[in-house]
Structure formats: C-alpha cells, structure tokens
Design a protein around this ligand. Structure first.
Ligand SMILES: C[C@@](CO)(OP(=O)(O)O)[C@H](O)COP(=O)(O)OP(=O)(O)OC[C@H]1O[C@@H](n2ccc(N)nc2=O)[C@H](O)[C@@H]1O
Ligand SMILES: Nc1ncnc2c1ncn2[C@@H]1O[C@H](COP(=O)(O)OP(=O)(O)O)[C@@H](O)[C@H]1O
Length: 290
C-alpha cells in the first residue's frame, strides 16, 4: 500500500494562553498541501513492526511511524505486523508537520491493512497522544483548529500555490513554547466567517500572522533572512514554530519563478493548498478496489 503523508502550513497561529499542563491554547488555520513524504506499508508474517526510514536518522523507538504502529497494535488488539518504508521529502523540525503526518498516515494505512475498523474519531484521539498536530492529518481536511490543535472545523480556503523556503536550521517546538519571551496573550478571533465553511480570501490575508515569529526570528537570524528574502515577492510568514517560511501565490508558475531565484544556501519547494488530504483520496480509491 502506497500512501502520501502531506505537509501542512499554519496560515494563522495565535497563542491565547498556557494551560495547567504546560500546553498552550491555540487558534490556528491548518492548510494542507499536495506535497509530502511517501510511505509504503506491507503486511509481515509475524507481529513485528520494522521501519526503513531512508535518509531520516532517528532511533526506531522515537520514530513516530513506529510509535503510531505500536499504539494501533495495542489499542486495537490486532496481532498483525508491518514493514513500513519511508521516503522522506519533508524537512524535519520544519513546522510543516512531517513527523506528525507520517504518524497519521501510519494510523490510517494500518487501520485499513490490519482491518482494525477504528473510526476516524478514535484514530484522531490516538494520534493526539503522539502529538498535537497528528489529529488534523488523521481527519485529512484543511481546518480551523482550537484547543491544542485537536478541536477541528473543516474549512475551504481560496486556491493558492505556496513557495515554502527551508532555512538551514531546525527549531525545537518545545524550546519555543517553553521560552519566557513568547507572546501568549493574543485575543481569540471569533469566526462568523466559518459558518459557511468557506473562508473569504481578503479576510484570511488580513488575519495572517504567527505569534511565534518574532521570538523565533530573534533566536534564529537565518529564519528572518529567509523570510525577508521571500517578502520581496509576497507577504511571507513563519509556519508553526518554524523553521520554514512561506508565501502564497496565485499560480504555480509565479511560485516557481520565485523559487528559481532562491539563494543556494536554502532549499525550497512549491506546493498547492488542498482542502482534502491526498492520503484520504488514496485510501478511498483503495477501499473502492481501484
Ligand atoms: C506549533 C505547532 C502548530 O501547528 O506546529 P509545529 O511547529 O510543531 O509544526 C503544533 O501545535 C505543535 O504540534 P506538535 O509538533 O505535534 O507538538 P507536540 O509534539 O505535541 O509538542 C511538542 C512540545 O511543544 C509544546 N506545545 C505544543 C503544542 C501546544 N499547543 N502547546 C505546547 O506547549 C509542549 O511543550 C510539547 O512538549
Ligand atoms: N517519521 C518522522 N519524521 C520526522 N520527524 C520525526 C519522525 N519521527 C519522529 N520525529 C521527530 O519529531 C520531530 C519533529 O518533527 P516534524 O513533525 O517533522 O517537525 P515539526 O513538528 O516542526 O513540523 C523531529 O525533530 C524528529 O526528532
């Protein structure tokens, strides 16, 4: 079974406060992209979980793919095993959710392969224990999120192509959220606009912003430099806690023209925003026997 694990951007990221358990109350707009990692999932004859992570050097027990597979095995009582091959395309520690998306795709794929028959809600709940960003990938819809990212309302966003620039540094999410200099007192936005499930482009652009950006740019001047470079083409912004920065374009051609001018010290990619995750489209085809 071949499945994608798409990236996300946080088009809006507001930090409303800190909870007693140390986690932060957020409001964020998760935009799914049509670009991501690729996973191949195969049944094993025994009940072991093996993972070939290719270029990603990470101990097996820490790999979110392995942890997701073990969690599903435990929670579903399913006695089967799997071999999973990861083709890593997304930078890790990039704020584009690569590890979380790999975990969600593993849960979705193995739920099908092992015939566990767990609901999306249950899989999202399991995913939440692996990371705050996992539920949105399990649900597979571009969404407005509250709580720590688990209260999700699907929304449609205007069609856009994004140029994502990957500065040469990795940011620790825990370090940013634990930093005394983080702004944690943004007012909540109320979303009358969400009623019809479609976000107006002008409203969206007015509310773009990321409460982590000022601090992250102070800690990592390289990220500020990348954002300022991108700013010459369009409004540019940090995603998540970074390190990636992005800007929206009306066409893939315009985004690719900007990418062609990217200084050599950075990497980048162009991807389209999508309302539905490619993983869910692939699973629907597999379920239909296509
Ligand atoms: C900030 C966001 C926005 O999408 O993205 P990334 O930059 O990581 O992609 C996410 O909420 C991150 O989600 P995720 O990367 O899954 O975080 P987790 O593994 O659950 O948490 C890592 C650490 O960040 C802190 N954390 C995370 C989320 C949150 N709402 N409040 C927090 O305080 C906690 O200290 C936690 O120990
Ligand atoms: N399969 C995986 N892919 C990427 N990172 C992983 C994976 N499994 C565990 N991790 C760990 O999760 C951390 C966060 O990765 P990732 O989700 O890609 O970044 P971010 O949360 O910034 O978007 C990485 O630094 C890495 O140590």
């Amino acid at each position: 079974m071949l499945l994608s694990a798409p990236a996300k951007l946080n088009l809006i990221l507001r930090i409303l406060g800190r909870r007693a358990d140390g986690y932060h109350e957020l409001q964020t707009l998760f935009q799914l992209l049509d670009f991501g990692d690729e996973l191949r999932l195969e049944l094993r004859d025994d009940n072991e979980i093996s993972v070939d992570s290719g270029s990603l050097e990470i101990p097996l027990e820490e790999n979110l793919i392995y942890r997701a597979a073990r969690l599903l095995q435990r929670e579903s009582g399913c006695g089967r095993g799997a071999h999973i091959v990861l083709q890593k395309k997304l930078p890790h520690g990039g704020g584009i959710g690569g590890g979380s998306s790999d975990a969600a795709t593993t849960l979705l794929g193995l739920n099908h392969l092992w015939q566990c028959d767990l609901s999306l809600s249950r899989l999202a709940q399991l995913g939440r224990t692996l990371g705050a960003d996992v539920p949105v990938f399990v649900r597979g819809r571009t969404a407005w999120a509250e709580g720590v990212g688990e209260k999700l309302v699907p929304v449609e966003t205007p069609p856009r192509h994004y140029l994502v620039v990957v500065p040469d540094c990795a940011v620790s999410t825990a370090a940013v959220f634990g930093h005394p200099g983080l702004t944690r007192d943004s007012a909540a936005i109320t979303l009358a606009h969400l009623r019809e499930g479609r976000l107006d482009g002008r409203w969206l652009e007015q509310h773009f912003g990321n409460d982590c950006q000022a601090l992250v740019e102070r800690l990592y001047p390289e990220i500020r430099a990348a954002r300022e470079w991108l700013q010459q083409f369009a409004q540019a912004q940090l995603t998540g806690t970074g390190a990636c920065v992005f800007a929206a374009f009306d066409s893939a051609t315009a985004a690719k023209a900007a990418l062609a001018e990217l200084p050599e010290r950075w990497r980048g990619f162009v991807a389209a925003g999508v309302d539905e995750s490619p993983t869910h489209r692939q699973l629907a085809k597999i379920a239909a026997g296509a």
